[in-house]
Design a binder for this molecule. Structure first.
Ligand code: UDP
Length: 238
């Protein structure tokens, strides 16, 4: 597969055209950002870690029947994905109160939620990715009501499978964010990445943070923590 021109540059990834117009090459960068880009640092080795972790997770989800954009990992920091029309939403699923949920509703971080809570954020930098509901999604013509239903079902299915996967390596899935895309025939596919950048992961025994909160909250070095997650996934991840 030939890497051609740069199609899109995000905060932590670059997307390239390839000689197959239905395939993009994603390069994971050694860059950490938080607070919508206000905090930004070069972190050597992070791109490789996230590419490897995301690839492992997407492969495991594929085996469990989740349709995604992921094709294959082709190098330490690159993977091939199917070209889809991205839906400009961040879909968050929460099992335990943390982060913005704890702040907004004044719920102590670490409180178990009685059922998984799904949230939508509209991906629009100009507006700082506002929290929106199903009606807003339809009003903004970001997705139809039927698609919203499908997206929620997919998010909950992914939550169930990820909880199972992470528990098998002694990690609690506190919350996570996914993004989805639409194929030409209208199928909704899981897209983007699933990694410690996009999940809150707490060690089952110590409640230590094994995710980007280490960076967001200045709790220490990110790389050893991401290495720990990758190592556990490679060694015994279900
Ligand atoms: N998240 C993400 N990208 C974002 C915002 C959130 O991947 O731009 C993930 C984050 O890692 C966490 C979940 O979504 O696992 C919920 O994040 P929250 O709304 O609590 O926001 P935060 O406290 O991170 O600002």
């Amino acid at each position: 597969m030939e890497k051609r021109s740069l199609a899109y540059e995000g905060k932590a990834k670059k997307l390239y055209e390839t000689d197959d117009e239905s395939v993009f090459l994603v390069e994971y960068l050694d860059q950490a950002t938080a607070l919508n880009g206000a905090k930004k640092d070069a972190v050597k080795g992070k791109g490789q870690m996230n590419n490897q972790i995301t690839s492992q997770i997407f492969e495991k989800l594929t085996v469990k029947g989740i349709q995604s954009h992921f094709i294959e990992k082709i190098s330490k920091n690159e993977q091939l994905v199917k070209r889809v029309e991205m839906i400009p939403l961040e879909i968050v699923v929460r099992n335990v109160a943390a982060g913005s949920f704890s702040k907004r509703l004044d719920i102590t971080e670490g409180t178990d939620l009685p059922f998984p809570i799904t949230e939508f954020y509209y991906k629009e930098d100009r507006l700082d990715d506002p929290f929106i509901n199903d009606d807003h999604v339809a009003f903004l013509q970001v997705a139809t009501k039927e698609e919203v239903q499908k997206i929620k079902e997919l998010a909950l299915q992914v939550n169930h499978l990820l909880q199972e996967l992470f528990l098998s390596i002694d990690i609690r899935l506190i919350d996570f964010k996914i993004e989805v895309g639409r194929t030409e025939d209208g199928t909704i596919l899981l897209a983007d990445e699933i990694s410690p950048d996009t999940c809150r992961l707490w060690d089952v025994n110590t409640n230590d943070h094994l995710d980007k909160d280490v960076y967001r909250r200045d709790l220490g070095d990110l790389i050893p923590v991401y290495e720990e997650v990758l190592q556990r996934l490679e060694e015994k991840g279900a």
